[in-house]
Design a protein around this ligand. Sequence first.
Ligand code: PEP
Ligand code: MN
Length: 358
Amino acid sequence: MIVVMKPNCSEAAIEHVLRFLEQEGFTGHLSRGVERTVIGVIGSVNVQNPPGKGMITPALGEALEAFPEVEGVFRVSKPYKLASREFHPDDTVVEVPVACVAGGTVHIGGPAVVMMAGPCTVENEKQLMTTAEAVRKAGAVILRGGAFKPSTSPYGFRGLGEEGLKLLAKASREFGMAVVTEVMTPADVPLVCEYADILQIGTRNMQNYMLLDEVGRVQKPVLLKRGMAATIEEWLLAAEYILSQGNRAVILCERGIRTFEKSTRNTMDLSAIPLVKQLSHLPIVADPSQGTGRRDLVAPMTLAAVAAGCDGLLIEVHPNPEVALKDGAQSLTTEQFAELMPRAEAVAQAIGRSFVTA
Ligand code: PEP
Ligand code: MN
């Protein structure tokens, strides 16, 4: 249920509603828009609630409607509430501190598209530094790279762990880039938070609810990949887990889904980009590397994703993809990445957007 306050209502009126909700066993989630303040009221099925508390009822709606500065009370029809456009009509803009840009902050979900690039996996210092230098020079402002890698086979490379995080931090200092890297378990969240600017939740963990709860309790942006077999509704419900714990800085990432098609690694669902923009206020980025699994398809799908309205891209780049320990077949060379950047910028300009470069 959402409570829409009258335009320019007083802080005291908002407080009054919040206190009433608290007495009734709810937490009010505030969303301050340009025009109005909206309060999200989430019911919860919780055995600890006293009888009659924590349940959304018509009587609760009527009681809230009687508050003088409440304009209206509406049921949110979708199962996800805080992630929905109804709750938060304005776009959410996630701020990431990035030393190399003017002003020191990158806005994901604003008018400019943001490029995140780097190797699939941190392999060694030379590989990471060479890649970071090249992608920064070409215009990327956020460095990607896995230190904790989910591997389909237990015999595959599973990353350098903390050593990989240290290398990412070193590259970040050297080139002024922010770092996005995956966290796989709740226990690793504090460690990864020490080194990363954005926590990545991988496709295999989109429904790891303990992990979602844990990243929801920290104050770091979270990049939430779409589960490889997840519907858009399931994906937004996964975002809801993070939001409902208090972390509002969620960035969605379309990375392709499983279909019957075998000629690409995944089927990149580009229609998810404009659809998610309708359903949710959260920014969405595209990962054409996992999305296709093929280097020759990464550039065209990057351009298509920008045209479809993505707020950013996550692209795998390797100085020598032939010898990459992971995902070499879908990694661009540093030269291919440099060629792609101006083309992606041209598409952004064609739809009235720009690119954050520095
Ligand atoms: C990755 O970004 O390298 C990765 C493992 O992604 P996903 O979780 O989408 O497979
Ligand atoms: Mn990868």
